[in-house]
Design a protein around this ligand. Structure first.
Ligand code: RIB
Ligand code: CA
Length: 310
């Protein structure tokens, strides 16, 4: 089977780590590169965490590249109350021994996309800063990225504000540039990622497998779990797994073609992904698929099977 080449751009927080560890066990995917971006945590933490998680999974062969340390325009606002001081819920894992890459993410991504001649699938699971800079510095990259499978946005509601999702809100200017670039986009917003949850029994089971990945999962989730408890929910939403699981199993998700614009100027609405999904009005360019449903039991099984296999 010809594997799908995938690049993951991550702000390596707690659910990002689950996405990395799950993606590495999806046989359809060939993770050809990872880049770090500031978001959940600092870029420095995201870079170290991505390296260490890949090392923990036995994949120090996959190169991790450092990326943007702050959004294009806004100030960086990390989320230590959710992802801890170190980005992994303050769980401690051994340092990677892989050589430290110094090439900046947006150059490394461009080179890989060009090398793969338009076959590269890019899965941003943090703010879109690196992707926007790559497009600005290397405009012809739009000819070499097959599709952007993005965790971000929300057609309805939000999490960081009543109408914006964290990744887009963190760098709305980058998101606006990416959406306007013309690169095809599959967007996995809160509308579907809030349905991509592990319930308490799933959490208990994954925490009990007795391997390094399971131990990291168990030791990293206390803060992110308590945030949901405080707002009356149980379980964990594995937002960042969605783009990766979709890339391997597109049939597990249901999406609709639409146009998406990002609000950058609003005081209340900044970071909102405005879609024409349910309006008579339709945007002139509708090069996005926006996902609303998934096979949640199948999604959970893939995560469990991945974690069991470490
Ligand atoms: O809103 C969810 C997103 O914000 C996820 O990518 C999570 O890791 C945080 O970055
Ligand atoms: Ca993330």
């Amino acid at each position: 089977m010809k594997k799908i080449p995938v690049w993951i751009d991550t702000d390596t927080g707690v659910d990002d780590a689950v996405a990395l560890l799950t993606a590495l066990k999806l046989e359809q995917l060939d993770i050809v590169g990872v880049s770090a971006v500031a978001g959940n945590t600092t870029q420095e933490n995201a870079f170290r965490n991505a390296r260490d998680v890949l090392s923990l999974s036995g994949r120090e062969d996959i190169k991790v590249y450092p990326g943007a340390e702050k959004p294009l325009v806004k100030e960086l606002k990390i989320a230590p109350h959710v992802h801890g001081e170190n980005g992994l819920g303050d769980a401690q894992i051994p340092r990677s021994n892989a050589p430290v890459e110094t090439k900046i993410a947006y150059d490394a991504l461009y080179e890989k996309a060009k090398e793969l001649e338009g076959e590269l699938v890019v899965c941003p699971i943090g703010p879109l800063t690196n992707i926007a800079i790559a497009i600005a510095l290397h405009p012809d990259i739009i000819n070499y990225i097959k599709v952007l499978n993005i965790m971000g946005g929300a057609a309805k509601g939000g999490n960081i504000t009543p109408c914006a999702e964290f990744n887009i809100y963190s760098d709305p200017h980058a998101a606006e540039n990416v959406m306007k670039s013309g690169i095809p986009v599959n967007m996995f917003g809160l509308d579907v990622t809030l349905k991509a949850y592990l319930d308490d029994d799933d959490i208990k089971e994954i925490s009990s497998y007795g391997n390094k990945a399971s131990d990291l999962f168990r030791n990293s989730i206390h803060l992110i779990y308590s945030v949901r408890e405080r707002i009356g929910y149980s379980g964990l939403c594995e937002h960042d797994c969605c783009p990766l699981v979709y890339t391997a199993y597109p049939e597990m998700f249901e999406g609709h073609k639409c146009g998406i614009y990002v609000e950058t100027q609003g005081t209340i609405t900044q970071g909102k992904t405005v879609t024409d999904l349910w309006t008579d009005f339709k945007f002139p360019d509708r090069h996005c698929n926006f996902f609303l449903e998934l096979d949640q039991p199948g999604f959970v099984k893939l995560i469990k099977d991945a974690y069991k296999s470490y």
